[in-house]
Design a protein around this ligand. Structure first.
Ligand code: ATP
Ligand code: LTN
Length: 329
């Protein structure tokens, strides 16, 4: 395979901060699984990013493994993808320090995720890691000299910052980093909360009714979908004036892999209840095989640890090469 043309390289991470949601699946995981066929993929569990927000130290290692199992259960193939824990490859932290010396307080202050996540805390007590989060993310990315970074819409600003830092570094110290592009899908990049379509579906939400977790059982899914807010009127149509229905239609069309318009046509003249009942069935059916594989993986913990150890062993020399080049420069 060394004689073949260089494959396009892709890097992405998911904060291992608890159970993954349908939003993560549609916005990120599903895309990784499709892209692994043709790209050279580095995908990691962003455990160092996860500890910038509150977590339970005793449960944390198992939580990271649970996220790894979810990646695998969603179809990520460890023989194609380099799957690893961020903290197992120390070059991430080392490069982040070098990048810290060229990132400015001003640009980090403008990051909307920082503003959102520090909103309800006193300025003085916000941890510095939360502020510096985007710089570590830039290091995560730049180490692997990728062409693209597939993320949800909410991470676009961080990838833009990464591009800025890479360009600045190259200019000051000589060409060291490739400048990657964010890869954001048109649909599914921002799945909204079921109880408030103005917000994204997020595990940090106050109510569990706002999201569907990948592990949710049939009853929970039916219950949450039946409570999901809808818009005024009775037609099942999408549009800027119908954010709630647009969101539900998007979930439906993404899971069935048919255009949203087709779902709209199918439910023309039908009731919200019919639509929601079918949507719940659709979600249950989509998550079922994932949940089955998850249960199988839970029964063989050594397998997941082995996958992560092998992944780290593959990632380290690649990361190290870029780190050495950056230090030299
Ligand atoms: P939190 O919800 O606690 O803010 P998060 O879900 O945004 O965390 P991650 O778990 O790291 O953080 O997200 C992993 C990936 O899933 C990222 O690419 C992110 O853009 C994507 N993602 C997260 N939420 C959604 C969503 N509601 N719709 C689409 N993609 C999403
Ligand atoms: N900040 C991202 C997770 C993340 C990431 C990355 C994504 C950490 N490092 C590098 C892409 C590339 C998030 O989804 N919250």
């Amino acid at each position: 395979s060394t004689a073949m043309a260089k494959k396009i390289t892709l890097v992405s991470g998911i904060r291992s901060s608890g159970e993954l949601l349908l939003g993560n699946y549609l916005g990120a995981l599903k895309q990784f699984v499709e892209l692994q066929e043709s790209y050279d993929c580095y995908i990691f569990l962003a455990d160092l990013h996860a500890i910038t927000t509150p977590y339970a130290p005793k449960e944390f290692p198992e939580q990271v493994r649970a996220v790894a199992r979810t990646y695998l259960a969603c179809g990520l193939d460890p023989s194609r993808v380099t799957l690893f824990r961020q903290s197992d490859v120390s070059a991430h932290v080392e490069l982040s320090w070098l990048l810290n010396t060229i990132a400015t307080m001003g640009e980090l202050n403008r990051m909307t995720q920082f503003k959102e996540k520090s909103e309800d805390q006193k300025r003085e007590s916000v941890n510095a890691g939360l502020f510096d989060y985007p710089v570590l993310m830039a290091a995560d990315i730049l180490l692997y000299q990728p062409d693209v970074v597939p993320v949800g819409e909410d991470q676009k600003q961080h990838v833009e910052l990464t591009r800025d830092l890479a360009g600045r570094f190259n200019q000051r110290f000589g060409k060291t980093f490739a400048i990657p592009k964010p890869l954001i899908r048109d649909e599914g990049a921002r799945i909204k909360a079921l109880d408030d379509p103005a917000k994204k579906m997020s595990k940090s939400a106050a109510s569990a009714n706002s999201y569907i977790a990948i592990g949710d059982d049939s009853d929970a899914i039916r219950n949450k979908i039946s409570r999901a807010v809808t818009d005024s009127g009775s037609e099942i149509t999408s549009g800027t004036d119908k954010p709630a229905l647009t969101n539900l239609l998007t979930i439906f069309s993404q899971l069935e892999e048919v255009p949203l318009k087709e779902i709209e046509q199918r439910y023309a003249g039908k009731s919200y209840k019919e639509f929601k009942d079918d949507l719940a069935d659709m979600i249950i059916a989509a998550l079922k095989p994932i949940q089955q594989t998850l249960a199988e993986l839970e029964a063989k913990p050594d397998y997941v640890d082995d996958v992560l150890a092998k992944g780290a062993a593959k990632a380290r020399p690649v990361a190290e090469q870029t780190l050495v080049a950056a230090k030299r420069a």
